[in-house]
Design a protein around this ligand. Structure first.
Ligand code: FE
Ligand code: FE
Ligand code: ZN
Length: 282
């Protein structure tokens, strides 16, 4: 089964979001747990959450991704900002327990001049404070473009965070194609080489989701500007290789391209057409 989907709005709740996804021929989806710029979260209706869980049990949807808001920065130089990140992520994890067995992705953060090592240490402290043995959600570190003082642009930084987390089994990685390319990993000409490097440093068993985005910029640009599939530096054949790659094709793949719903539907159709196993399974 190819789990292909896109980022959707949570404003109508879980059931509405799932229906939108199915209408796009999507088999996964991603949503922001709250306003992407931060702030309060909607109250969760357990019956609404159950509609989505039922679709997952029926196999109509695979694992889905809850994305933390961008304002969450667990390695800010400001203590109040770090505490806000901790409390927000803890609250997100509590809420996502209404849809057990899914993924919670966050940007490791920006160390804003404190240095990568301090940043990594603070991210580890935050994760060790919020993860619990009882939780049913896997928390994902997103690979970053290395823009500014972002942590997570190098696979080694992700490895260091994973090594510091006590409940490491609750953790994984989400690979963003635009971000890794902008960070300098050549997934266009050497996907196998990059995956071998990821396996050596992090371990492919840690890879739990993908963000499929083309990039507006060349390799190593550290920019993080997403482009529609096929219109950027990566090109459609890169994505054809990704959806067919034996190490990747079983993972949830989420489009975060600059699109409205019709554009997402077209990209999902394009990628399904490129996938040898389509949507019926291998
Ligand atoms: Fe992200
Ligand atoms: Fe992303
Ligand atoms: Zn991005």
């Amino acid at each position: 089964m190819l789990y292909l989907g896109c980022h959707l709005s949570f404003s109508g709740g879980f059931a509405a979001m799932a229906q939108t996804a199915l209408g796009l021929d999507a088999t996964t989806l991603q949503f922001f747990t709250r306003n992407p710029r931060g702030g309060s979260a909607k109250t969760i209706d357990p019956q609404d959450a159950e509609v989505l869980c039922a679709l997952q049990r029926e196999g109509k949807l695979g694992p889905i991704v809850a994305h933390a808001s961008y304002t969450v920065n667990p390695c800010s130089a400001n203590e109040a900002t770090r505490n806000f990140a901790l409390e927000t992520m803890q609250d997100d994890l509590r809420r996502i327990e209404f849809i057990p067995g899914n993924l919670y992705n966050f940007h490791p953060g920006s160390h804003v001049g404190q240095g990568t090592e301090t940043g990594i240490e603070q991210i580890i402290q935050t994760l060790n404070a919020i993860l619990t043995p009882e939780q049913h959600t896997t928390v994902l570190l997103e690979t970053m473009a290395g823009k500014g003082s972002e942590v997570g642009g190098r696979f080694e930084e992700l490895r260091a965070i994973l090594d510091g987390v006590t409940l490491g089994d609750q953790m994984g990685v989400c690979l963003d194609t635009c971000h890794v390319f902008d960070a300098g990993y050549n997934i266009k000409d050497d996907l196998d080489g990059v995956l071998a490097e990821f396996d050596r440093v992090v371990g492919l068993s840690r890879l739990r989701a993908l963000h499929l985005n083309d990039s507006k910029n060349p390799i190593g640009s550290h920019k993080d500007r997403h482009e529609k599939i096929g219109l950027g530096s990566l090109g459609v054949e890169t994505f054809a290789r990704i959806v067919n790659h034996p190490a990747l094709r079983h993972l949830p793949m989420v489009l975060e391209t600059p699109n409205e719903l019709d554009g997402y539907a077209a990209e999902i159709a394009l990628l399904r057409a490129k996938a040898i196993d389509g949507k019926t399974g291998m």
